[in-house]
Design a protein around this ligand. Structure first.
Ligand code: B12
Ligand SMILES: *[C@@H]1O[C@H](CO)[C@@H](O)[C@H](O)[C@H]1NC(C)=O
Ligand SMILES: *[C@@H]1O[C@H](CO)[C@@H](O)[C@H](O)[C@H]1NC(C)=O
Ligand SMILES: *[C@@H]1O[C@H](CO)[C@@H](O)[C@H](O)[C@H]1NC(C)=O
Ligand SMILES: *[C@@H]1O[C@H](CO)[C@@H](O)[C@H](O)[C@H]1NC(C)=O
Ligand SMILES: *[C@@H]1O[C@H](CO)[C@@H](O)[C@H](O)[C@H]1NC(C)=O
Ligand SMILES: *[C@@H]1O[C@H](CO)[C@@H](O)[C@H](O)[C@H]1NC(C)=O
Ligand SMILES: *[C@@H]1O[C@H](CO)[C@@H](O)[C@H](O)[C@H]1NC(C)=O
Length: 432
């Protein structure tokens, strides 16, 4: 039971650091701290293959003040080399996330940002997004990334037009919606960006008309309402993977809702239960939930804060709760796999138990390459399906390959979703 000795420290830190107006009743209690250790252990033991993934994790570790220098050095090195090898190919949001991670606190990485003119590169990439939007109503990427852009330009004193941003972020814009549903992740990132702008305006750091401030206030109010409307019975907001970002948005916007409208403790309890069931078993998922659990938000990024004297000065335990294994699972399972374009193509695929969606796709591809052939790209969340039967997803046309089970969209990607015997899996040519 040695690994539990640091628990009271974390409880104490959380209690003393979360300002009371933020999240009054949210406190990770002692017996639950082991769940935070499992998040840290996921981030510590993973192999990092994408710059964005490393940046998300580095940002998270720096925000909560994790002390593992070796890990932070490694991540910082990967993030910097992703800039050096492919700066011009990074999307606007990828570059924004990289700047956020490198500049999260006062460290030598800050020099890298300025030596490589990353802020002015971001200004240009953001400008290109706006121009594409004016041209055909679509961004080069998505609203989540443009929100990241604005957040970073705001935090790092980049140049942007407040009026243009205020217009762009109108809550009625279709880009907040994916597949006809309000995207909580996107709305939350927009609230963080707008709140940063609002604070800069109020501090006099940037100048803008009275009208702009009013518009920004209205946008925040409306987005907060939409985020809260996605609150589920168990306290999750959107789904489990958007909840951390929604919590961050709600922390910084407490003036826009009544205390009775959000039970933070209930949300926190459900998240902790999900953590213990292994829901955040990939590093980027762990990275996106951790700051909120420690009462931190991306607005706490500051070049004035020290990288070494962090708050989460606790020991990482490698102890991970064992997941319950079902007794004698069948050694192979069969699923029905379909590709749906306008016509449906299907087959039965047999895979070892414990296989993921991607394994099924690979088996099907062996059966008939013409019908089930596909391509995937590595991304920060794992493999992303880019084409099936040669038909490619396209941002400008808002098309993508959607994955479903039993007719319901999955909330994990093909590399992580573990399939079950008798399941009906589908990959659908869809629009978002
Ligand atoms: C925008 C978005 C999309 C867009 C991406 C295209 C576009 N126009 O940008 C669309 C709508 C197509 C999409 C699709 C899917 N998405 Co999505 N998406 C997002 C969102 C809101 C922002 C991503 C982003 O730009 N990040 C910032 C940039 C800087 O990072 P990036 O790594 O360069 O971003 C790229 C990848 O994230 C990739 N991507 C987007 N979604 C997903 C999902 C998976 C599993 C993978 C591997 C990659 C991937 O597209 C981004 C742009 O190129 C995130 C929210 C979040 N919290 O991250 C969800 C999110 C990543 N998506 C998610 C999911 C589940 C999916 C789908 C699997 C849904 C489905 N049932 O089909 C599919 C992917 C299927 C496939 N083909 O492999 C989950 C992932 C959870 C998890 N544990 O894996 C998230 C976290 C949303 C959530 N709260 O549930 N998505
Ligand atoms: C720090 O991170 C490294 C990986 O970079 C890992 O090998 C090591 O165990 C971590 N240290 C602790 C105390 O967790
Ligand atoms: C950028 O992407 C293009 C097309 O994907 C590729 O040909 C080129 O080599 C890439 N450049 C860099 C610097 O990564
Ligand atoms: C700032 O950006 C605006 C356009 O958004 C541009 O007109 C202006 O010249 C820029 N100012 C500086 C100092 O770069
Ligand atoms: C984080 O930011 C909030 C305001 O957004 C502030 O009240 C709080 O003091 C900050 N916390 C730390 C530890 O910097
Ligand atoms: C972490 O663990 C080491 C060895 O177990 C101990 O010496 C150290 O004091 C601990 N640090 C904290 C902050 O608990
Ligand atoms: C598999 O799925 C297809 C398409 O949904 C359906 O028509 C077919 O009946 C299913 N086959 C089995 C064996 O369930
Ligand atoms: C693959 O499926 C298509 C369409 O059902 C069929 O025409 C073709 O002969 C199949 N190819 C092989 C190698 O089975």
């Amino acid at each position: 039971m040695r690994q539990y000795h640091q628990l009271p420290l974390v409880g104490f830190l959380l209690f003393s650091l979360i300002p009371s107006q933020l999240c009054k009743t949210c406190e990770v209690s002692e017996e639950n701290d082991v769940h935070l250790n499992s998040l840290l252990s996921t981030m510590t033991t993973s192999k990092y293959t994408s710059g964005t993934q490393s940046a998300n994790v580095l940002l998270s570790l720096r925000l909560v003040g994790i002390q593992n220098q070796t890990l932070k050095q490694e991540l910082s090195q990967q993030v910097r080399s992703s800039v050096e090898t492919r700066e011009s190919n990074l999307s606007s949001g990828q570059l924004a996330m990289i700047i956020l991670a490198l500049g999260a606190c006062h460290s030598p990485d800050e020099t890298f940002i300025y030596d490589h003119h990353l802020i002015s590169h971001l200004e240009n990439k953001f400008q290109a997004e706006i121009e594409n939007m004016a041209h055909d109503g679509n961004l080069l990427t998505n609203y989540y990334q443009v929100s990241l852009d604005v957040l970073v330009l705001c935090l790092f004193n980049g140049n942007y037009s407040v009026t243009k941003v205020a217009d762009l972020f109108s809550p009625e814009n279709k880009n907040y919606y994916l597949r006809g549903h309000f995207s909580v992740d996107t709305g939350a990132m927009a609230v963080l960006a707008l709140t940063c702008m609002k604070r800069s305006l109020m501090n006099g750091n940037i100048k803008a008309g009275e009208e702009d401030l009013k518009e920004i206030n209205n946008h925040i109010a409306s987005l907060v309402k939409k985020i809260l409307s996605q609150k589920k019975e168990n306290g999750l907001i959107g789904n489990i993977f958007s909840t951390g970002e929604a919590m961050q948005a709600l922390f910084v916007s407490s003036d826009y809702y009544k205390e009775s409208e959000w039970n933070c403790q209930q949300t926190l309890d459900t998240v902790l239960t999900e953590i213990s069931q292994g829901a955040f078993n990939i590093p980027i998922a762990a990275a996106q939930i951790l700051p909120a659990l420690m009462g931190k938000t991306y607005l706490n990024v500051s070049k004035d804060s020290s990288c070494v004297s962090g708050s989460g000065n606790f020991n990482i335990s490698s102890h991970v709760p064992k997941s319950v294994t079902t007794p004698n699972p069948p050694s192979t399972i069969s699923v029905n796999y379909s590709v749906v374009i306008t016509k449906t193509y299907f087959t039965t695929v047999t895979v070892p138990s414990g296989s993921v969606f991607l394994d099924v796709m690979e088996e099907a591809q062996k059966i008939n390459k013409t019908v089930f052939g596909f391509t995937a790209e590595k991304s920060s969340w794992g493999p992303y399906i880019t084409s099936v039967q040669g038909l490619k997803a396209n941002n400008n046309e808002r098309t993508f390959w959607e994955i479903l089970s039993g007719g319901k969209p999955l909330s994990q990607g093909v590399g992580n979703y573990v399939v079950h015997d008798g399941e009906s899996l589908e990959i659908h040519w869809s629009k978002y």
